[in-house]
Design a protein around this ligand. Structure first.
Ligand code: MRU
Length: 368
């Protein structure tokens, strides 16, 4: 995607061949800054501190993190330690483990002298694949948007509500939930996006709004509890979100608050779509209740950071000093509330049969 006329991905190898570079998402929307990751610890810290975030992008960062680790220590022990460090950074998004496993399986059979180079190539392939997948999600989602716009009664744009950030900043490029929005906008469908602020870290207010603004997509940021009212008033034509892990039965784990939007959508007859790449499906799980839910520092709830009118970045406390906070990062939307799963292979019902229709290669062999 373009930032001030320059095409960016969210992660790329540094020109000097000694690091990878990222867009530091903790600085957005107030400042666009890139950062170098030179060691596996830099990569792990970037994921944990959410300088990079979003399920596909943390997978891509971990893949490059293994390259950085193997440059320093290409032994089996070095590989295993780095994989463990990276997988431990964030527990919910399955793409992280998927990417780490993909690199480990590729490099382990190779001689030590070839491992770093192979990891670098594999990380690059994972990034390229992510971009291709998201483009395909955008194409399939565009059909959904076209149909929704054609079916819309009354004037005005197609009103879409999204939660968190599942745009290009959450992936290597294009995004998942935002890819159809970009494609619809580029195809001339008038789209207006309701952007949930997405407390506590405000990925909607800070990142989705920034992305949409750079692309010229009309949008409004709303506080997290607004969606129900908008849906009751007929001001939302469809909802679309990303996901950090989707079970083989179609339960969708995504940023905290997604479930409540899906409930409101069902109550008001608003279609609720989830966009996801194949690597986000956890084929080992049938029940979304088994997905580990990340709990983060309560300080993300008790404090807010933003820019003052004088242009200074400041952090302030919004709760009484003696109030504790709980900070659950994700929730699970049961498959029954999901209208469709938009993948790189097409749109599936949120069910085991629906997913297997698109990914027949994942069918478990029948028990003997
Ligand atoms: O905590 P985050 O910012 O990493 O959470 C991101 C989300 O919840 C996204 O919706 C999800 O990763 C899908 S991104 C394509």
């Amino acid at each position: 995607m373009q930032v001030d006329g320059v095409a960016y991905r969210t992660i790329w190898p540094a020109r000097d061949g000694r690091a990878v570079e990222i867009i530091d998402q903790t600085r957005l929307p107030h400042s666009f800054e890139t950062a170098r990751l030179e060691t596996v610890d830099d990569a792990a810290h970037a994921i944990r501190a959410m300088r990079v975030r979003g399920a596909p992008l943390i997978g891509a960062t971990a893949a490059y993190g293994l390259w950085l680790a193997l440059r320093a220590d290409p032994s089996d022990a070095g590989l295993d330690a780095a994989a463990e460090t990276l997988v431990a950074t964030r527990p919910t998004a399955i793409n992280l483990r998927w990417a780490v496993d993909a690199v480990v399986q590729d490099v382990r059979p190779r001689p030590r002298s070839e491992r770093a180079e192979a990891a670098f190539a594999k990380a690059g392939a994972i990034c390229d694949e992510d971009v291709a997948i998201n483009r395909a999600i955008g194409d399939h989602g565009l059909h959904v948007f076209r149909r929704a716009y054609a079916a819309k009664t009354g004037d005005g744009p197609l009103n879409v509500l999204t939660h968190c950030n599942a745009g290009w900043l959450a992936t290597v490029d294009w995004g998942t939930a935002l890819a159809p929005i970009y494609m619809a906008h580029d195809a001339g469908i008038p789209v207006h996006v309701w952007v949930d602020e997405t407390r506590p870290r405000n990925q909607g207010a800070a990142l989705t709004s920034w992305e949409l603004g750079r692309h010229g997509v009309p949008h409004k940021v709303v506080v997290d509890n607004t969606g129900g009212l908008l849906m009751q008033r007929g001001q939302v034509d469809l909802c679309i979100t990303g996901t950090d892990r989707t079970t083989a039965s179609g339960d969708v784990c995504n940023k905290i608050g997604t479930y409540l939007k899906a409930l409101a959508a069902r109550d008001n007859g608003v279609p609720f779509y989830v966009a996801l790449p194949g690597p986000t499906i956890d084929w080992s799980l049938d029940d979304g209740g088994q997905i580990p839910i990340e709990q983060r520092d309560g300080r993300e709830v008790t404090h807010l950071t933003g820019m003052t009118d004088r242009g200074r970045i400041e952090t302030v406390r919004v709760t009484p000093p003696d109030s504790e906070a709980a900070n659950y990062g994700f929730d699970v939307t049961p498959a029954r509330l999901v209208t469709g799963l938009i993948t790189e292979r097409g749109v599936a019902d949120a069910s085991r049969d629906g997913l297997l229709g698109l990914y027949p290669d994942r069918a478990r062999p029948a028990a003997e």
